[in-house]
Design a protein around this ligand. Structure first.
Ligand code: SF4
Ligand code: SF4
Length: 669
């Protein structure tokens, strides 16, 4: 007897099955068509550039869930079982269709191995689903939501998988073919049927129930969050495109004014909540959630772009929903610190930093819902070239008494432009960094100069606040000054200037020379490695290092500052609970330095609580904004007698015996 598949065994009314299947496939096609036509409009708004990420890494993310494992073994295992179980059964179903309608090949040994393979896939799917339900209901993972569809979806799929096994079990119990053990799960379950006749009688009922539940699932698939199966691979493939591609003009302050990549991100989001778990703003209890923002953005994108919502009777509802979501977005537009923690953990690279920037751009464009303090900051940036004081030329005061060439004028040739930055050159606390750094450079024989009082803002603050026009103007001003003296080698004090000059300014000078941009910690590390800087003043201190978000997460610079700290004699480095790429934001980024939000939590105090737990006497950072935020929190949070805050530049000057000159490292240290 040759083992083979018997389609529609014991089932009548096959035509009804075909009718229902056609309806389910029509719903599937409609859902996919809606998504694709929506994504296609994003393509028109912002042409897609070629991807930058290695294909191997993308495939590992898609097929092995590499990024999901980082969020915990149970999440990784669950996703792997679901993905491969589902994929295997899907391929198996396609193979059955080919066997039935095109070429018959499922017979003999092939059929037996095929049956066993499907059993394994079914088992994987069931185990994955049980784990999914357990992670929500039995041993709840706090970051996971428990909305109705979060429960319905796994239960429905479980019914599909278990129904398939029961149908198989009934068929085996009724026919008892000699190869039944190959379908080992169905075979095991077949023992539950009291007799062959009972199995034969029940079979059609089980078959139809399984068929209806399965076809219902197919129809629901593109409308459910399982649509991420289509969007997530594309979202991962398109991650990290150049910023220029993303400069789509935002309309009316809506999140819906998005490009293709953003639209894919929205559908790729599985609402896993990892972003909420790490968001410093959400964790501090402020009324903001990156996941909710994405959810609203997805809804707005559908309302705005979906052909289905253009139907006349949906127009009023569409408008009402759009207005409600817009108002909710406006309320939270200014909470985000752009720390990138969400993107770091998001398994599908969908987290919303860029969307927040676009939302802000729309609001600034309209001049509505922008907090007055931020309007004031933008006004200062526009008129005086800095966000701090209503005074032009305030940027050179810190250098008084130092003989530093002003490269905005004609003068001696130097190797490096030291780009001081607005905050470092104006804020009295941060000025210590500029003084310390210039002393260290001089001590090590670095040939450098600054742009003196003509130094413009690099455009970072305007960029974070969504003032695209002002940002472009500031970039042009900066580039004009750089081109005047052909300055292409730049050292930045602030990780924010560093990030913007490196990523948003032109890559080449007017002469076609590549711009070389370093953060000062890289420069100091280089000097130390070259033997041009030797720390000879012991510092018997226990210190902890706060990674600035724009150095660590945005630019992957975590080793250089630590290398310097470890090179300083006597210093003991201890790490905070969140450090390196997982650093906890101090709350100074994304423009929050310049305005207060109602109900604002002090994010820097939360950070200092982590620092206090290490028992360190000194908290070191490498960013003027972090320095100011942490220094303020030290005073307001009651940490004054616990530790001091210092910048790495100031500490380096001390370790070289230079710091006493200006007392910049603050007596507190
Ligand atoms: S944005 Fe990413 S991390 Fe956040 S809920 Fe969606 S998939 Fe999860
Ligand atoms: S960038 Fe930071 S603050 Fe903004 S949503 Fe992401 S985690 Fe939250």
């Amino acid at each position: 007897m040759n083992p083979l598949r018997t389609p529609f065994w014991g089932v009548e009314w096959a035509w009804l099955f075909y009718l229902l299947a056609a309806l389910a496939l029509a719903a599937l096609a409609l859902g996919l068509w809606e998504k694709i036509s929506l994504w296609a409009q994003g393509r028109r708004a912002a042409p897609v550039a070629s991807h930058k990420h290695p294909l191997g890494a993308i495939l590992a993310d898609v097929f092995l869930g590499r990024r999901i494992w980082r969020g915990g073994a149970s999440a990784g295992l669950m996703h792997l079982m679901l993905l491969w179980g589902f994929l295997g059964l899907f391929i198996g179903t396609c193979a059955v269709a080919v066997d039935h309608y095109l070429v018959s090949f499922l017979q003999g040994k092939v059929y037996l191995w095929f049956s066993a393979g499907l059993e394994v896939c079914g088992l994987l799917l069931v185990l994955g689903l049980v784990l999914a339900v357990a992670r929500r209901w039995l041993l709840p993972v706090p970051r996971l939501e428990r909305r109705p569809d979060d429960t319905l979806l796994p239960l429905w799929l479980l019914a599909v998988a278990c129904g398939g096994f029961m149908v198989e079990a009934a068929r085996l119990a009724a026919t008892r073919p000699p190869w039944e053990a190959w379908s080992f799960l169905g075979y095991g379950l077949s023992g539950f049927f009291p007799s062959a006749q009972a199995a034969r009688d029940l079979f059609p009922w089980l078959w139809w129930a399984h068929a209806i539940i399965s076809l219902g699932f197919i129809a629901w698939l593109p409308w459910s969050k399982l649509a991420h199966a289509f969007a997530a691979p594309a979202s991962l493939y398109l991650q990290g495109q150049p910023l220029a591609v993303l400069a789509v003009a935002a309309e009316e302050g809506e999140l819906a004014a998005l490009g293709l990549r953003h639209l894919l991100h929205l559908d790729a989001c599985t609402r896993c909540g990892r972003c909420v778990e790490v968001c410093p703003v959400a964790q501090a209890g402020e009324p903001f959630s990156p996941r909710d923002l994405l959810r609203r953005a997805r809804r707005q994108a559908r309302l705005k772009y979906s052909p289905l919502y253009r139907l006349p009777w949906l127009r009023d509802r569409r408008q009402a929903l759009l207005e409600r979501d817009r108002a909710a977005d406006w309320d939270v537009a200014w909470y985000c610190t752009t720390c990138r923690a969400c993107l770091e953990v998001c398994p599908v690279q969908a987290a919303p930093i860029e969307m927040i920037r676009k939302l802000r751009a729309g609001l600034v464009e309209q001049g509505s819902a922008v907090p007055p303090q931020l309007m004031d900051t933008l006004e200062k940036l526009h008129r005086y070239g800095n966000p701090w004081v209503a005074k032009k030329g305030a940027k050179a005061g810190w250098a008084q008494g130092r003989d530093i060439p002003d490269l905005s004028k004609s003068g001696p040739e130097v190797d490096w432009l030291y780009f001081v930055g607005c905050t470092t050159s104006i804020d009295t606390r941060a000025q210590g960094m500029a003084r310390a750094l210039s002393d260290v450079f001089t001590h090590c024989g670095v040939s450098f100069g600054t742009l003196g009082k003509k130094e413009p803002c690099c455009g970072d603050i305007a960029r974070r606040l969504g003032e695209q026009g002002l940002m472009e103007e500031q970039i042009e001003t900066t580039q004009a000054l750089l081109n005047k003296r052909d300055l292409t080698r730049i050292i930045c004090t602030s990780p924010h200037c560093f990030d913007t000059i490196k990523k948003v300014h032109p890559l080449f000078s007017e002469e076609g020379l590549p711009l070389q941009v370093l953060h000062y910690s890289q420069m100091l590390h280089r000097l130390w490695q070259q033997g041009r800087m030797f720390f000879d003043h012991p510092l018997p201190l226990k210190v902890t290092y706060h990674d600035p978000c724009f150095l660590a997460r945005h630019n992957r610079l975590v080793d250089e500052p630590r290398g310097l700290l470890r090179a300083m004699p006597g210093l003991e480095l201890v790490e905070m609970a969140d450090h390196g790429l997982n650093s906890l934001c101090c709350g100074g980024g994304g423009g929050r330095m310049w305005h207060e939000i109602p109900g604002q939590a002090n994010l820097a105090v939360r950070r200092l609580e982590q620092a206090a737990a290490t028992g360190a006497e000194l908290v070191v950072t490498a960013c003027p904004l972090c320095l100011i935020m942490l220094e303020d929190a030290r005073k307001t949070g009651g940490f004054e007698d616990k530790f001091a805050i210092i910048d790495l530049s100031e500490l380096a000057a001390r370790a070289l015996g230079l710091a006493a000159k200006d007392g910049e490292a603050q007596a507190s240290a």
